[in-house]
Design a protein around this ligand. Structure first.
Ligand SMILES: Nc1ncnc2c1ncn2[C@@H]1O[C@H](COP(=O)(O)OP(=O)(O)O)[C@@H](O)[C@H]1O
Ligand SMILES: [Mg+2]
Length: 271
């Protein structure tokens, strides 16, 4: 208990938002009871001995091939994956706030107006709403809809494109007032928009928030506080942009920044 309190005080004093040391995350085995026997299936460890420290206000960029564990990392922050070594004395686990806003990889829409989908039961702040709509470049879409942002969407409303759906889901995540923002690799239909959204999140709307972007848009990497590269469920690299760009093995990604027209990205080639 004493160690735990010291640790919390250390995290607060050092402005730490997230601190995982030697944390195993995965899915807990199930207990199966039958009349004659009691069995417990094994835990499935996905992220083993994860070390991750993120300071408050940091902008993190997470890269990695498909299947490398990027979404698992996000799920560990969301507590969707369980901390399996809860009782291990070497591990430490700290998230300073549970107020997390999350845009998942597969954007979702509820039945209602676009406006409802962005506000999502929050308070309506006109100025903020307009800024978010602008950042997600939804203004043009509203102009082309008869009822603008009061157009009904979802299964009982109008059909919207995949890109509109993704930008509405991003707008919802950005509009929410939270301490930590997680964006899991917005789908490629927002590729041409994501740079501006990322930019707005950096300089304007979410300026002082802790932001974690799983992304394959490399043009903004230089603005990240830290770049993380996932490989086979491990953090292969965690450092600032200068350290990242100095690595020979990531040269292809840096090249991509100078030639954004090159679509194929070595590290995220299957995304
Ligand atoms: N909840 C889960 N249950 C079982 N396996 C999982 C679960 N989540 C992820 N995995 C496994 O981890 C792999 C990588 O997951 P993911 O984090 O989604 O990769 P990425 O986001 O980098 O593409 C998946 O292909 C799957 O095999
Ligand atoms: Mg993923």
């Amino acid at each position: 208990m004493e160690i735990f309190i010291t640790f919390i005080l250390y995290s607060i004093a050092n402005n730490i938002a997230i601190d995982f040391k030697k944390c195993d995350f995965g899915i807990k085995g199930e207990e199966i009871r039958t009349k004659d026997e009691f069995k417990k299936t094994e835990d499935k460890v996905l992220l083993k001995e994860l070390d991750l420290t993120i300071k408050n206000g940091y902008l993190m960029a997470i890269l990695g091939e498909t299947g490398s564990g990027k979404t698992c990392l996000i799920n560990s922050l969301l507590r969707n994956l369980e901390l399996l070594n809860r009782n291990s004395p070497d591990k430490s686990y700290y998230i300073f706030s549970n107020n997390i806003s999350y845009a998942c990889q597969a954007p979702w829409i509820m039945n209602g107006t676009i406006h409802d989908n962005i506000i999502f039961y929050g308070n309506f702040d006109k100025e903020k709403y307009n800024q978010v709509v602008n950042a997600c470049q939804l203004d043009k879409d509203f102009e082309n809809l008869k009822h603008g942002d009061f157009t009904e969407i979802g299964s009982t409303g109008n059909n919207i494109s995949g890109g509109q759906r993704a930008r509405i889901a991003l707008a919802r995540a950005i509009y929410k007032d939270a301490d930590i923002y997680l964006f899991d690799d917005p789908i490629s239909s927002v590729d041409s928009y994501i740079s501006k959204i990322f930019h707005q999140a950096r300089v304007n709307l979410l300026k002082d928030k802790t932001r974690i972007f799983v992304t394959h848009d490399t043009r903004n990497l230089k603005y990240s506080s830290r770049v993380i590269v996932m490989n086979h469920f491990e953090i292969e690299f965690n450092g600032n942009y200068k350290q990242f760009s100095g690595k020979e093995e990531y040269k292809d990604i840096i090249d991509e920044q100078s030639h954004p027209e090159k679509k194929e990205l070595k590290l995220c080639k299957n995304d």
